[in-house]
Design a protein around this ligand. Structure first.
Ligand SMILES: Cc1cc2nc3c(=O)[nH]c(=O)nc-3n(C[C@H](O)[C@H](O)[C@H](O)COP(=O)(O)OP(=O)(O)OC[C@H]3O[C@@H](n4cnc5c(N)ncnc54)[C@H](O)[C@@H]3O)c2cc1C
Length: 393
């Protein structure tokens, strides 16, 4: 198969429109020609040139599901997941940036933004002119988003100022606009009221680029807000509900990154197993390694099927919180297991930085943590099951 020919599990094809198939061909060519040759160097430099995002925007990768009227491509989440998976086969960092930008950075203002905010942001955030970041996490608020301490104060009618700290924010320094979750007051029940705010890049105080284990080329950033002006995004008090809805989509993207990394790793293992000889035989002739390859393929196919299930529901506009959590939980843990086995199949070579499998392994690990850890996904899944059961009683 040509390096730029997209490949996807057969069952996905039934869910793609001809224009989406054409788009995925373009994405595959872009990934092979514009990402693959630079992936290792960007990882060493711990940065991705802006030009790569500009080119990605030109082919529609930064506004995949946004309406055409706003400059997007109006594709389904099935096509978007496949596009992210294709990018991740070459570089996890670029894929996660594109996934987060689409689901959170574009998805949130699309769903909650006013006409004026749409006018400000579109088509620039869909065509690659501007990047978006989405900032929930803080030193005291990770899995427990209720721990957010960033405060938004209405200093004059409709004018808000934000104070607080955010950390681990994807593209937090690169993005022209950031969506910042903050406490905007108290609910009638005396609980924290959360709202989302649109903040311009020039209003944040940038901190460190966080030195991460994998995804080093991605801009994982810290920043501070000191009296930063913010524009309320969506109705006051709707921040948490909107954030959760965006994460339903975001988790499909994170799971798609896992699929791409795991598929690339498995392809590398298959190549190595037929090329490398020990004890006068190909590695592929040892049953111990054959079984590892078989387990990788089975787990990957199961993960692909689960991601497709969530993406099809998202395409239909149906609720898919449970399915997104199931897909992200399984795909991310399967990808880590697969990448770990792939290193084993490569032996010492797999542990070197001469080939990218160690990078795939480091990159895959994030998906078990970001956009809700595996433990948080298990909480969501079990809570949904138990609620449904109790509702039937
Ligand atoms: C590379 C990278 C990119 C990121 N990008 C973004 C971004 O763009 N925007 C953003 O807002 N955030 C981002 N994050 C933050 C990410 O979403 C959080 O790291 C994640 O939600 C976990 O939060 P935490 O790190 O505070 O861990 P903690 O919440 O401190 O969790 C630590 C451990 O405790 C477990 N745990 C916590 N609570 C429970 C519980 N109730 N039951 C069982 N176990 C529990 C967790 O599962 C985990 O294993 C990013 C993180 C990284 C590393």
């Amino acid at each position: 198969m040509n390096a730029s020919t997209p490949s996807w599990p057969d069952s996905w094809l039934d869910h793609l429109a001809p224009a989406e198939v054409e788009f995925l061909r373009e994405v595959a060519a872009f990934a092979a020609n514009d990402i693959a040759p630079h992936a290792s160097a960007w990882e060493e430099e711990e940065a991705i040139p802006r030009e790569a995002f500009t080119k990605a925007g030109r082919i529609g990768l930064l506004g995949m599901t946004a309406p055409r009227a706003l400059g997007g491509r109006e594709f389904s989440y099935v096509a978007a997941a496949l596009a992210v998976r294709e990018l991740a086969k070459y570089q996890g960092a670029f894929a996660i940036d594109v996934a987060a930008h689409n689901a959170l950075g574009v998805g949130h203002p699309l769903a909650a933004g006013s006409e004026a905010q749409h006018k400000l942001l579109f088509p620039k955030i869909a065509d690659g002119t501007w990047l978006m970041a989405w900032a929930l996490t803080e030193p005291e608020a990770g899995s427990d988003s209720g721990g957010v301490q960033t405060v938004a104060k209405e200093v004059a009618p409709g004018k808000w100022e934000l104070n607080g700290q955010k950390r681990y924010i994807t593209m937090g320094h690169w993005a022209e606009y950031l969506i910042v979750m903050a406490v905007s007051g108290q609910t009638p029940e005396g609980k924290k009221e959360f709202s989302a705010f649109l903040v311009h890049q020039s209003k944040i105080k940038p901190g460190r680029k966080v030195p991460t284990c994998g995804l080093r080329a991605s801009d994982t950033a810290e920043f501070e807000l000191v009296g930063a002006p913010g524009d309320l995004l969506g109705p006051r008090g709707s921040g948490q509900a909107m954030a959760l809805a965006c994460l339903d989509k975001g988790r499909i993207g994170v799971a798609a990154v896992s699929l791409g990394l795991a598929r690339a790793a498995l392809d590398a293992a298959l190549q190595h197993a037929v090329n490398r000889r020990q004890f006068g035989k190909r590695l592929a002739d040892f049953q111990a390694l054959q079984f590892m390859l078989a387990d990788c393929e089975v787990e990957l196919r199961a993960a692909e099927a689960l991601v497709l299930q969530a993406a099809v529901l998202a395409k239909r506009g149906a609720r898919h919180t449970l399915e997104s959590s199931v897909a992200k939980l399984y795909a991310s843990e399967a990808a880590s297991r697969i990448c770990n086995r792939v290193i084993q199949i490569h032996g010492g070579y797999g542990y070197t930085r001469d080939i990218p499998v160690e990078r795939f392994w480091r990159d895959a690990r994030l998906s078990e943590i970001g956009e809700g850890s595996s433990e948080v996904q298990r909480i969501i899944i079990s809570r949904t099951l138990l609620k449904a059961m109790e509702g039937k009683r």
